[in-house]
Design a protein around this ligand. Structure first.
Ligand code: ZN
Ligand code: ZN
Length: 99
């Protein structure tokens, strides 16, 4: 489950110039995945805002964070949970699930 591989972006990301540009910048800068934090956040926010129908369902495969987010009763007003769920789309799983 803890893949070290960078995932192949799903088709909707390859067809969107913004996703494509941000994902390319991210991989280019990602000598260390923690070194490209701004790009991760920017891309996650873009997907939540502009591709809301593409945000994955909450993780049910042992994610450490989704159960905590699910317990909150304020919904997800800041979109932080949704951003978390998008990160699997463009980050290696072990890094994506850190936040
Ligand atoms: Zn996009
Ligand atoms: Zn999760």
């Amino acid at each position: 489950m803890d893949s070290l591989e960078w995932p192949v972006p799903p088709p909707f990301m390859r067809n969107c110039v913004v996703c494509h540009a941000l994902a390319t910048a991210l991989v280019d800068k990602a000598e260390s995945p923690v070194g490209c934090f701004a790009e991760q956040v920017t891309l996650a926010r873009h997907i939540v805002r502009d591709h809301p129908d593409r945000v994955p369902e909450p993780h049910t495969d042992g994610c450490a964070l989704c159960p905590d987010y699910a317990k909150r009763n304020d919904g997800d007003p800041a979109g932080v949970w949704a951003e978390h769920r998008t990160r699997d789309l463009f980050m290696p799983t072990h890094v994506a699930r850190l936040m």
